[in-house]
Design a protein around this ligand. Structure first.
Ligand SMILES: Cc1cc2nc3c(=O)[nH]c(=O)nc-3n(C[C@H](O)[C@H](O)[C@H](O)COP(=O)(O)O)c2cc1C
Length: 280
């Protein structure tokens, strides 16, 4: 079964009694991270935090975690039997990745419903957890897909790269030059240009699987092959990057090679279960 977006996936989980809504107040500061880690260790349900301290009135108020926390849930994302073993899944991945599905471009989508620009941008409106006691801050890019474009070929890359909120409109990142976006960044740097970036947070989690896998092919096409339907893409507001039309949240920005713009990031401590923000 194809999941159109994150909400569709959450509905599916709820119907199968594989989602727990957390209505008790929880703190973004280490509590959500601890709860998610514990439930994930027990192969428990996906979690939707609906009452987050300091975020009852903010633009974004809910956080979804542990969506890919069990083999059975990954099977459902792929539309195969929950009894499929890890060994069988390897063959399924190889088969699907051998048959990429091209995305389609559309002119509009729900991601455009609420647009915040300029000085109004405030990342602290999002209930981003400080996941672990020794983390350097609030990591907003965990299971995000970060989209960049090769300025020479126009080919898009989507990769999962961590990012920590700095100021209200900045995110510190670990930008390794060996990664997809690092290779793009080198080219923009040589041209003396900033690199446009779009951070996709919350969509069909097949994109997260493709973006966090080292593949030498368009992640949008591979997400299409995993979900069995093309990804519908829409153009960004501030660049010509393309993002899923029904993504929950897209952060648009630029990465500069000017050291004056650099910000500290990290530490990023123990391995964690990535979380997804849900818009209002
Ligand atoms: C939660 C999570 C966080 C990650 N953070 C980073 C990161 O900060 N930097 C990085 O280079 N790779 C990171 N990775 C690994 C990349 O997602 C992985 O190497 C992927 O293949 C990158 O895509 P690319 O091959 O298109 O560059 C992370 C993976 C996950 C699952």
């Amino acid at each position: 079964m194809v999941h159109n977006d994150l909400r569709d996936w959450i509905d599916d989980l709820e119907e199968r009694n594989d989602l727990k809504r957390i209505t008790a107040e929880v703190d973004w500061n280490e509590e959500i991270g601890a709860i998610t880690r514990e439930i994930s260790s027990q192969f428990g349900p996906a979690l939707l935090f609906e009452n987050i301290k300091g975020h009852r009135q903010t633009l974004c108020r809910r956080l979804f975690t542990n969506g890919t926390g069990t083999r059975e849930r990954v099977c459902r994302l792929l539309g195969v039997s929950e009894k499929t073993s890890y060994r069988e899944m390897v063959a399924i991945f190889k088969d699907r990745f051998a048959k990429p599905v091209k995305p389609i471009t559309v002119s509009k989508g729900p991601v455009k419903e609420n647009i915040v620009k300029g000085d109004a941008v405030d990342l602290f409106q999002f209930p981003v957890p400080k996941w672990n006691p020794h983390d350097g801050g609030r990591f907003i890019m965990t299971s995000a897909s970060i989209v960049t474009k090769d300025p020479d070929t126009g080919i898009l890359n989507a990769g999962t790269y961590r990012g920590m909120i700095g100021k209200k409109n900045t995110i510190g990142v670990l930008l390794a030059m060996t990664q997809g976006w690092g290779k793009h960044f080198s080219k923009y740097k040589n041209r003396g240009e900033e690199m446009p970036v779009a951070v996709v947070i919350g969509w069909d989690q097949t994109l997260f699987i493709a973006a966090s896998t080292p593949v030498n092919h368009s992640e949008y096409e591979l997400a299409g092959s995993l979900r069995g339907a093309p990804v519908e893409l829409v153009k960004c507001e501030t660049s010509d990057l393309l993002v899923p039309a029904s993504a929950e949240i897209v952060l648009e920005g630029f990465v500069s090679a000017d050291p004056k713009t650099f910000e500290p990031e990290g530490p990023w401590t123990v391995q964690r279960v990535p979380g997804l923000l849900c818009g209002t």
